[in-house]
Write a protein that binds this ligand. Structure first.
Ligand code: MN
Length: 293
């Protein structure tokens, strides 16, 4: 996949993907170095961008055309090295996007691509919390000899930011060490109620970086991930959460990881639409206005 040019997001016309003015910068990171179950996440960014040409520019829910803010797809991050070197490379690229006053959107690749991005957001941020949507806790201190394995992502991120986890339904007993039970929203506790979104929002700070492992969704609507788990969240559950979060905190950046294309169009389309919905929520102009702390 190296050096293959990526299609523009949503097949936008040049005026909406001008690198000089685009508010959103998509950073493809086609890395699949530490996956342990099913491989293929390196093709995630290209397939997501390919199907995104079927999205409409108009967002019904927010009543606008969020693409007018500009969405530019950057050159991919070179993924020839191990996960630790990759984290450093992603951190540099993400920091550059943030320093330019733009919103970074990192496309994995497997979940270890989030480490560098979240670090850059924490370094550039002001009272920033990292919100993780995921089936897996990913808080092992080390896995298969590496602290930068996809199973350790949140352990590394928690070293630089407070973390909130939601949708979790698979973890190792070692991950309970030092865990704050008020900051983890297990799937079995939240699947049949709405109050958890308010409870989660009360934990947010001024800014947020969101890391979305697509296996947070139920495999019935998102089968194309490397390590699916039953009992996941639904589309509108996730959207309601993200809209509420955007009303409380400024979203400094986000990533969408673990798309593992398997020929179906529905999974990459969900991922592409999710990306655009988050932009729509940011662009709807409500960012942070519900904040009263
Ligand atoms: Mn996961």
């Amino acid at each position: 996949m190296a050096n293959v040019p990526y299609p523009p997001f949503l097949d936008l016309p040049p005026r909406y993907r001008n690198p000089e003015t685009a508010r959103y910068r998509i950073l493809p990171v086609p890395f699949d170095g530490t996956s342990t179950f099913r491989k293929g996440a390196d093709r995630g960014p290209s397939v997501l961008l390919q199907v995104s040409d079927q999205l409409e520019e108009y967002d019904i829910e927010t009543g606008g055309e969020p693409c007018r803010a500009g969405i530019f797809v950057e050159k991919e991050v070179s993924c020839g090295s191990g996960p630790e070197e990759l984290a450093a490379a992603v951190e540099v690229r993400t920091a550059g996007i943030l320093a330019a006053g733009r919103v970074p959107i990192i496309l994995g690749g497997e979940h270890s691509v989030s480490i560098g991005a979240a670090r850059a957001a924490a370094a550039a941020g002001d009272r920033l919390t990292v919100l993780q949507l995921d089936a897996h806790g990913d808080r092992r201190q080390s896995y298969q000899g590496s602290g930068f394995n996809h199973a350790c992502v949140m352990a590394r991120i928690a070293e630089s930011s407070p973390v909130i986890q939601a949708g979790i339904r698979s973890m190792d007993i070692s991950e309970l060490t030092g865990l704050d039970g008020d900051r983890i929203f297990y799937a079995h506790e939240i699947h049949d109620n709405q109050e958890w979104i308010d409870r989660l929002c009360r934990l947010l700070t001024k800014q947020v970086y969101i890391t979305i492992d697509l296996d947070v969704f139920d495999p019935s609507i998102m089968p194309s991930t490397g390590t699916p788990q039953p009992g996941g969240l639904g589309w509108y559950q996730v959207l309601k959460l993200l809209r509420a979060v955007s009303g409380i905190s400024e979203i400094r950046g986000f990533d969408i990881v673990e798309l593992c294309p398997d020929g179906s169009h529905a999974s990459p389309m969900l991922a592409a639409k999710l990306l655009y919905k988050i932009i729509a929520y940011i662009e709807s102009g409500t960012q942070g206005i519900l904040r009263n702390i």
